[in-house]
Ligand binder design. Sequence first.
Ligand code: EPZ
Length: 422
Amino acid sequence: MNEIDEIIVTGGRPLHGSVRIQGSKNAALPVMAAALLSTGTSVLRGCPRISDVYLMEKILKYLGAETWWEGQDLYLDCSHADGTMIPECYSGKMRSSVILMGAMLGRSKKAQTGYPGGCVIGKRPVDLHIQVLRRLGAAVVENGGMIRASCGKLRGAEMFFQKRSVGATEQGILAAVLAEGKTVLNGCACEPEIYWLCIILPEWGQRSGSVKMAVSVLKEWRSLKLAIAAFHQTVLSPGPISWQRRQPEERSSWKIRLWRKWMESWTYIGKWVDNAAVGGKLIVNGKNAGFPLELLETEVYPGFPTDLQSPAMAVLATIPGVSRIREKIFEDRYKTASWLCKMGAQIQIRDGVAVIYGGQPLTGCTVEAEELRGGAALVIAALAAQGITRIRGCCFIERGYEHICEDLTALGGLLIKDRGTL
Ligand code: EPZ
């Protein structure tokens, strides 16, 4: 007998109601890595309880950290997190494992990791990560499936990224914190997760008496240039340091702004109701939504985010007319198209462009999530389909979505999580 995990969706029910938006996976992971730069306890309030966060927690434990949860708050005591090696069994499961290299090097002058895994959506090399570590003075070698780095002391330097990379920018920032002197990173990614890291690190530094880095980072991040003045202590001082998402600011996040613009162009009605106490609400009425998009291209910030590409494809499959999507960040992020076609959608991939002949009726069937956002896209399609859809591989979906079944069921959908056997 084989174990299965699947989400069973009964489609065709209109959604309405209200849900609370969870914290961001891609913002939480680098902040967790940043906790390694401290010898005290860091607290992430409102941290999403998702499998990627649990895996990062496991890695930090493996490196010697003590960790615990109080409700939605994650405590990371890195007083003794002096480990310098991440085995392949951990690194191979998550892309973000690699950004611990910079933090480990800063802290212990040594770092070793297996190659990072994560969603298979393209080649996803690590050359830029290695480049930035070398630029800051580390000797890095790759052999036997491992990346090994060491340094006498990391030294601030100027670096020009040839390509915008979220992870490599995070790597550079984390390595620069404990490097001696000033680091200037040019051509940085400036997605919101970078912004938040740049807000949090100086705050943590300030509270522990190591304030140097603050100002210059914030002044320049929008021009894709980060100047990071080093802390002068070996590691940040101990003491509980906590950070809580400042919810009202979150609403100006570009993803939300962009999503809103996009919704408006689709004649959705998206409206913010300001209420600092609850962090603001976005009210959306999708009743009149419904025209195709001539060409939607994914771009680095502030363009349309690649992480929303597959969910957008699922939505466009339900809208009559021809829409086109060009994925420009990852070369293999159209896997969901064939599963959507199995449900009845008409999508063809030609010369790197997905052409969607929308408005075909979708019918429930068994489909397979092959990666995180593609899995979310299948859930969306299943909600619009007639009949029952069984989505296998929901461990991918759980990497990033905390209560997807509960949230969508609260909105009137009917989703059941089933862990059974075949
Ligand atoms: C982050 O991945 C996110 N992951 C991804 O979200 C997101 O899709 C991506 O940024 C783009 O926004 C996390 O934050 C954990 P990149 P990352 O380095 O850092 C190439 C999700 O579903 N590249 O910005 O790996 C790379 O191949 C995930 O939540 C190099 O060539 O993305 C890609 O084409 C999936 N060399 C481009 O840069 C390098 O050394 C952008 O990748 C690094 C990257």
